[in-house]
Design a protein around this ligand. Structure first.
Ligand code: LRY
Length: 230
C-alpha cells in the first residue's frame, strides 16, 4: 500500500475563474491555513497555484488542471498537455478523470504512463465502484471518489458517497480517498470508519461563498417558515 501521505485530512484549495478568491496568493494562504489546522496534504488546481503552494507549503501536493473541452464532459486533467503541466509545476501526485465516459481508456493509460515515468504518483478520480476497480487494475496509486454525483450514471446524493468508499475499500489494495461533498467532521469520521485512507475537504473550508450560503439558505428558510411578513 502506498504510504506517501499520512492518514488524515487533505484540504482542496481551489478557486476557479469567476470565484471571488481566484488569483493572487489566496490559495497559498488557504493552504498555509490548512497546514496550521493540521491538514496532511493539499489538493489544488492550475499550474500557478500548484507551483506557488509547492514552494511555500511543505505538505504532499495533489495537482490537477481543470479544462473545459467543447463537446466533452471530462474536465479534470483531461489530456497529456495538462498532465505535463501538472508535473512541471511540481505536484507530487497527479489527479485525473478515470471515469467510463467517452471511451478514454487508451488515453488514460498513456497519461498514467507519463506520470509514472516522470517519477510521480497518480490519483484516479472516479464516480463508481467499477471505475475504481478498473483504475487499480490499470496501475493507479490512489483512487478517490471525487466524481461520484458528477457523472450521469453515478449516485446523485446531497452528501458524501460513503457507500462507495466502503465498497472500494473492501476490495481495493490501493488507498481509497473520500472526496466530494464532505461538510462536517462527523462525515469525515464516517468515511474513515468506512475504510477511507484520507478524506479530502474542499468547499466547506475554502469556498467562503458556499459556506456563507449554507448559513443564509438555512436562515432564510427558517424566516420563511416562522416569520409572518406584512
Ligand atoms: C467535481 C469537481 O469538480 N471536483 C473538484 C475536484 O478537484 C473540486 O472542485 C472539489 O472542490 C473537490 O473535489 C473537493 O470536493 P468538495 O468541494 O465537495 O469538498
Amino acid at each position: 500500500m502506498t504510504t506517501f501521505i499520512k492518514r488524515g485530512i487533505i484540504v482542496s484549495c481551489q478557486a476557479l475563474i469567476g470565484e471571488p478568491l481566484h488569483g493572487g496568493d489566496a490559495m497559498v494562504k488557504m493552504a498555509k491555513a490548512a497546514q496550521l489546522g493540521g491538514a496532511v496534504g493539499i489538493r489544488t488546481n492550475g499550474s500557478e497555484d500548484i507551483a506557488a503552494i509547492k514552494r511555500e507549503v511543505p505538505l504532499p501536493l495533489i495537482g490537477l488542471i481543470k479544462r473545459n473541452i467543447p463537446g466533452s464532459d471530462v474536465f479534470i486533467t483531461p489530456t497529456l498537455e495538462e498532465v505535463q503541466a501538472v508535473v512541471k509545476a511540481g505536484a507530487d501526485i497527479v489527479a485525473m478523470d478515470v471515469t467510463d465516459r467517452e471511451n478514454r481508456l487508451e488515453i488514460v493509460r498513456e497519461l498514467l504512463e507519463y506520470v509514472h515515468q516522470a517519477g510521480k504518483l497518480a490519483m484516479a478520480d472516479v464516480s463508481t465502484y467499477e471505475e475504481g476497480v478498473q483504475a487499480e487494475q490499470m496501475g493507479f496509486d490512489y483512487v478517490s471518489t471525487t466524481l461520484s454525483g458528477y457523472t450521469s450514471y453515478s449516485i446523485q446524493g446531497d452528501g458524501p458517497d460513503i457507500e462507495l468508499v466502503k465498497k472500494l475499500s473492501a476490495f481495493l489494495r490501493v488507498p481509497v480517498f473520500m472526496e466530494g461533498k464532505v461538510w462536517r467532521p462527523e462525515e469525515a469520521l464516517a468515511a474513515l470508519q468506512a475504510g477511507a485512507q484520507n478524506v479530502v475537504v474542499g468547499s466547506a473550508i475554502t469556498r467562503p461563498q458556499l459556506i456563507t450560503e449554507s448559513y443564509t439558505s438555512a436562515v432564510e428558510q427558517w424566516l420563511a417558515d416562522h416569520v409572518i411578513s406584512n
